[in-house]
Design a protein around this ligand. Sequence first.
Ligand code: SF4
Ligand code: SF4
Ligand code: FES
Length: 248
Amino acid sequence: MAMATFRIWRGDASGGKFEDYETGISEGMVVLDAVHQIQAEKAPDLAVRWNCKAGKCGSCSAEINGNPKLMCMTRLSDLPLDKPVTVEPMQAFPHIKDLVTDVSWNFRVKKKIKPFKPRPPDAEDGTWRMAQGDIDRVQEFRKCIECFLCQDVCHVLREHHLHDEFIGPRFFVYVASFYIHPLDTENRLKELKRADGIGYCNITKCCTKVCPENITITDNAIIPLKERVVDEFYDPVKRLLRIFRPRT
Ligand code: SF4
Ligand code: SF4
Ligand code: FES
């Protein structure tokens, strides 16, 4: 049987180091299979989070050879196996143990975003009428599996640690899903500009490159949101109207 070496980060919030594990590999294996095999054969205390092994739960996010990836969707046949494959936890969130990080900050961010607020129903039976084209546009953003790989790769969180001032690409996708929804009536532009920190995004597109659901995060979510913020706060006509608008 062919063998490969996996260099896996072991440790917790207080520190750790990479350990090398050699294991047998066979056709069709993904990185998560190798990690499970290493757990079974050599390191029963190795911590790894996963649920579906089908790229749909978003739990098995890690960095493989330095790239944010889902372990269950990364085939060994796509990796160079003549040298060790490094597997380490996401860097933008606190470490818990081995490959597991504490992603709870993301759920707290999500709770703070103003929820969906539909217009009154279009018909007496409480239903709405929507064009199929409008529904289709929302579907792209609804594919998000909350793996947080885009958050992990974004330099605003990963390197500058601005978690208190920036909600990150995943939540710009979430806010954009409301803005393009044909029924939503909520205004979230003030929050986007201030608390959500959209101005920190300098459109590097790193988030788009790592998204396993191929959501065009930067072009379809972030840039249209930035344009709305600019229209709202920097359009000279709107600024004048705001000055003369009676305060409520
Ligand atoms: S495009 Fe913006 S949100 Fe995406 S990784 Fe770059 S700075 Fe972060
Ligand atoms: S937008 Fe893509 S990368 Fe970001 S959390 Fe959703 S699925 Fe993951
Ligand atoms: S285990 Fe569910 S996405 Fe990998």
